[in-house]
Design a protein around this ligand. Structure first.
Ligand SMILES: C[S@@+](CC[C@H](N)C(=O)[O-])C[C@H]1O[C@@H](n2cnc3c(N)ncnc32)[C@H](O)[C@@H]1O
Length: 261
């Protein structure tokens, strides 16, 4: 079973930072100007599907479309497809939005391609807005990460998992196979019952990391400079907006830019 086939089953057990939050949704509505026209959603994030009146969701996982998308209506529809190959006409969307979408492709080539694709699809003056998982200038050290597993946790398990991924990305490059996250986690914490007892992370939450076993997926965790290097030169009015108070929110700004008028 593939990663995104396993993932829908876990959907209801995860929250921010893996999933979006109400403040982020409201920021994305504001940044994009509450568009009434068609919005392209990069994925099937239900909170973003609900945030706009006309939405086309695109996700390459049929299981995610079937199990996570809230359902087609007259004005909202999800299709199975690859963001890097969306064939919709240029300038046909009033906004392009996503939650973590840019982290789901490889940096730098696919991140650049996806941003160019978004810009192509935007109507003149319309905006792209996407929550990022952005590697901080100084990710936790390996010692910090190991120490976090010896005492009551200060962040939820999923936030910790991203802190670990950001360390790996700092050492080995922004793009990493998700199997590397599992590998380093198992190396640091071979005894999950003991980890659960010491940190207070429920064993059920810890075990969600098993979805990475044998997965062919790569994620990327670029830092600010690495994201900036991928933004097309003709993008206008670029902003990174901090938003939310959930665990790891400081690493999850919303990137936005506009197409030329
Ligand atoms: C949008 S991202 C991140 C999830 C997000 N935090 C959320 O709560 O919606 C995850 C989705 O991206 C999809 N995906 C990853 N790469 C893709 C691509 N190149 N084209 C289309 N869908 C893709 C996956 O199938 C998955 O459903």
């Amino acid at each position: 079973m593939s990663h995104w086939q396993n993932y829908p089953a876990q959907w209801n057990t995860v929250g921010p930072p893996l999933r979006t939050s109400p403040e982020v949704v409201s920021l994305m509505q504001d940044l994009t100007g509450h568009p009434l026209g068609r919005v392209l959603l990069l994925g099937v994030t239900p909170e973003l599907a609900d945030a706009f009146p006309r939405v086309l969701g695109v996700d390459k996982s049929p299981d995610m479309v079937r199990r996570v998308w809230p359902g087609d209506t007259a004005e909202k529809k999800a299709v199975v497809g690859d963001w890097l190959e969306i064939g919709e006409p240029s300038q046909s969307f009033a906004a392009v939005v996503g939650d973590g979408s840019l982290n789901n492709v490889a940096w730098p080539d696919e991140v650049s391609l996806l941003m160019r694709q978004a810009l192509r699809l935007l109507r003149p003056g319309a905006r792209f807005a996407c929550r990022l998982f952005e590697r901080p200038p100084d990710p936790l050290s390996w010692d910090d990460l190991a120490a976090a597993g010896t005492r009551p946790a200060t962040v939820n398990f999923h936030a910790f998992k991203w802190q670990l991924a950001m360390r790996i990305a700092e050492d080995h490059g922004a793009t990493l196979p998700v199997t590397a996250i599992l590998h380093h986690f198992d190396r640091l914490f071979p005894d999950r019952d003991a980890l659960s007892e010491r940190t207070g992370w429920p064993r059920r939450a810890i075990d969600t990391i098993g979805v990475y076993r044998g997965s062919p997926l790569v994620y990327c965790f670029p830092n600010r400079a690495e994201f900036l290097s991928c933004i097309p030169p003709d993008a206008k009015d670029i902003s990174f907006t901090a938003c939310g108070t959930y665990d790891l929110a400081e690493c999850c700004p919303v990137l936005s830019f506009a197409s030329s008028r």
